[in-house]
Design a protein around this ligand. Sequence first.
Ligand code: DP6
Length: 325
Amino acid sequence: MKITAIAPSNIALIKYWGKKDEKLRLPTNGSISMNLSNLLTTTTVEFNRSFKQDEVLINEGKSMKEVDRVIKHIDVIRKLAKISTRVKVISKNNFPIGTGLSSSASGFAALTVAATKAIGLNLSEKELTIIARQGSGSACRSIPDGFVEWVEGDTNDTSYAVSLFPHNYWNLIDVVVIVSQEKKDISSTEGQKITASSLFFKERLNHMNEKIKLCKQFLKTKNFSALGELIENEALEMHAIMMTSKPPLLYWLPSTLSLIKMIKSWRANGLKVYFTINTGQDIHLIIEEKNRLKLIALLEKKPIIKKIIVNQPAQGTRVIKNHLF
Ligand code: DP6
């Protein structure tokens, strides 16, 4: 059977940075995210006995590294279904990959949902998140609806993602600001291998549970300023770990820092806007719907900004009828 799934990327409000099991992708801490309505991956999968070999096409390119990672994930699913049939996978993003916009999150979420259904497995949402996690950790958070928690867990079955609030719970806006289309030089997977080399990593782990508790509380009470301060501090803390790892990981460009400074000055002038950054140079600005146009007007005047993508909280991964082949 041929199945197509569409998955949103997600922005981590509380970040996943570090693994306690490399192969299963068990994280060193839990994390919380929001699905993004305009950063999407669409993937069509078909298993067919007439196929002589596996065929994978991602964004019309043939990066062997990406193809291998997809086949490895398909192998996890084939093993579960006890089927060895060859597969065809075609996948497309509507946004640039490798610049810090979490394309592996939407990519492995869409692949997991399409491939498990195409192979004939009928899995619960929790089971789907467990499988997606093994492809890319952050992908598990792109499966459930809206605002999502990835529960840390310490075994394959206890590390999964679950929706905290549906996408229409709170119309928070995430404006992605692209300052460069340059690809990051160290991937998230590689960067995470050296987290423990930062002197501050242990200290970070000591207070992650408290941060998760606070984040849930600020979401529950819709306390925007408190949530904004928390997520900004969290992003800076993760980058402090990156910068003090050995070797140091410096993902920011000068334009990233210029934007951080601008955000601070806009906030000093009364506009409640906060930022977060993943692995890469691009920035996510979090703002309430009522201030969206004011922020966009300010951003449009800045020549360092290449492109903006405006997102609302989104549904999780879903099956659609329009196939890519
Ligand atoms: C900074 O999920 O891309 O975006 O599991 O190795 O594929 P792998 O890592 P990945 O890491 C995401 C890191 C982050 C933070 C986050 O999304 O929580």
